[in-house]
Design a protein around this ligand. Structure first.
Ligand SMILES: [Zn+2]
Length: 65
């Protein structure tokens, strides 16, 4: 018999959690979804732009062309 309860011990049914790209992250329920999200980047649900400026704070002038 397959248990559908969440692993956090809430005894609630779990569901699959995906990030903004639709990539599977983990199983969550209403009780632990927020806690588990805290383990990931705060912007994981956003389709963040991959830009070469993202890791550099050198010549960033604060606005997009
Ligand atoms: Zn849970």
């Amino acid at each position: 018999m397959i248990e559908k309860q969440c692993t956090c011990g809430s005894e609630k049914h779990h569901r699959n959690l995906y990030d903004g790209y639709g990539i599977y992250l983990c199983k969550v329920c209403d009780d632990c979804e927020h806690n588990k999200l805290n383990n990931y980047r705060s912007d994981i649900m956003d389709r963040y732009d991959t830009c070469e400026n993202i890791e550099s704070d050198g010549d960033w002038d604060g606005h997009w062309e």
